[in-house]
Design a protein. Structure first.
Length: 134
């Protein structure tokens, strides 16, 4: 199934909101590219700051991969929207409302991030207590 020249991007009730195929593809690819470039830049910035960390076993070196991948959560939601739009327009398959899987992805991502940051916080507090006092 190829996309028609005019594709619908509002899939509830009346899919009357139409846009050109090229515009839709740009809407789907440009945010992904921007988030990817943003995550590369963020990791580069954190790695530059990590050069001044006291040792290689520092907490910042464990946080770098997590920080770089935080944009993945948003990219997954955009991927869900893109999949739904493309499936509807190419094969006329409706996958249901987008909000439910989007909320599920965001909730799971928030739980994962909160768990990881809580572990890092406990580790930082433990290391702080082990520091010699003057």
């Amino acid at each position: 199934g190829l996309l028609p020249a005019q594709v619908a991007y509002r899939l509830q009730d009346d899919p009357g909101a139409l846009v050109g195929r090229g515009v839709l593809v740009a809407w789907l690819i440009i945010p992904q590219a921007l988030f990817t470039l943003g995550s590369f830049g963020l990791v580069k910035l954190v790695l530059m700051a990590a050069q001044y960390a006291p040792d290689d076993n520092s907490l910042i070196m464990k946080i770098v991969p997590l920080v770089g991948n935080m944009t993945t959560i948003v990219q997954l939601v955009i991927l869900l929207a893109a999949t739904q739009i493309l499936l509807y327009n190419a094969y006329e398959i409706s996958t249901g409302p987008l909000w439910a899987p989007a909320v599920a992805v965001l909730a799971l991502g928030a739980i994962y991030l909160a768990t990881r940051f809580a572990g890092y916080y406990r580790q930082a507090r433990r290391q702080q207590k082990e520091l010699p006092t003057e």
